[in-house]
Design a protein around this ligand. Structure first.
Ligand code: ADP
Length: 239
């Protein structure tokens, strides 16, 4: 059973735009999926609906077997906090806190005592076991994003959603972060769904989904950056 399943998910905004149009897709445990598509094709909306940050107009989303449509705000918030990790383009670390404190934050927000072992294990998983005492400004951009990834992992989430996680990084640093995401899938069985516009980033995924006009427009498995770019070019050619 997929960890995340969308059943005919439609999201229509009050201005009449149908950002997602009856999309059905599943994300299996221990897989890395990239979501691509032209600007305005519905990638962010897909991620927001899949992560329970936005509610579909029609259709259903389930995460780890739990149907989100029946959940009230409080239970939805708890499910996001306990079962989902988020990584953004902007690292969103708190500047006054050390890396260790930033990583422990989701546990504190959940009212749990930050479990030292969980925090140290998450830092070790991203290769920053020796940087726990550093504040964000004492770390490089790539290291800051790795702290953000450790923060996403600390609750042992069912799925990590990443929105342009390498968008603010140079090419070399991006590749280190992508290599890390790939290793989390291969070595720890983490499930990752990543929105990106970069064919190189997408090529690290097992599967690349393409969206246009809120609908799925093909997918590739095990694709090279060149194959991803070629598919994107075909989608961007006006009909
Ligand atoms: P992408 O992430 O692929 O750029 P989005 O999911 O952000 O696409 O947007 C899909 C479509 O929905 C676009 O036409 C966009 O203008 C529209 N849209 C996104 N958010 C809103 C909103 N809050 N209100 C109205 N329209 C929106």
């Amino acid at each position: 059973m997929p960890v995340v399943q969308l059943h005919a998910v439609t999201r229509r905004y009050p201005n009449g735009v149908t950002a997602l149009d009856a999309v059905s897709v599943g994300f299996d445990a221990g897989t890395f999926t990239a979501v691509m598509g032209p600007s305005g094709s519905g990638k962010s909306t897909l991620l927001q609906c899949a992560a329970g940050l936005d509610r579909p107009t029609a259709g259903r989303v389930s995460i780890a077997g739990q149907d989100l449509s029946g959940l009230g705000e409080r239970r939805l918030t708890r499910l996001r906090r306990d079962r989902i990790g988020f990584v953004f383009q902007a690292f969103n670390l708190l500047p006054a806190l050390t890396a260790r404190q930033n990583v422990g934050l989701p546990l504190r927000l959940a009212g749990r005592r930050p479990d030292r072992d969980a925090v140290e294990q998450a830092l070790a998983a991203v290769g920053l076991a020796d940087r726990g005492g550093h504040r964000p400004h004492e770390l490089s951009g790539g290291q800051q994003q790795r702290v953000a990834i450790a923060r996403a992992l600390v609750t042992a989430p069912a799925v990590v959603f990443a929105d342009e996680p390498t968008g603010a990084l140079d090419r070399g640093t991006s590749q280190q972060v992508l290599h890390l995401l790939r290793a989390l899938v291969d070595e720890r069985g983490q499930t990752i769904v990543m929105v990106t516009h970069d064919p190189v980033a997408a090529s690290y995924a097992d599967r690349v989904l393409f969206l246009t006009d809120g609908k799925l427009a093909g997918e590739l498995t095990g694709a090279t950056p060149e194959a991803v770019a070629a598919h994107m070019t075909r989608l961007e050619v006006p009909a």
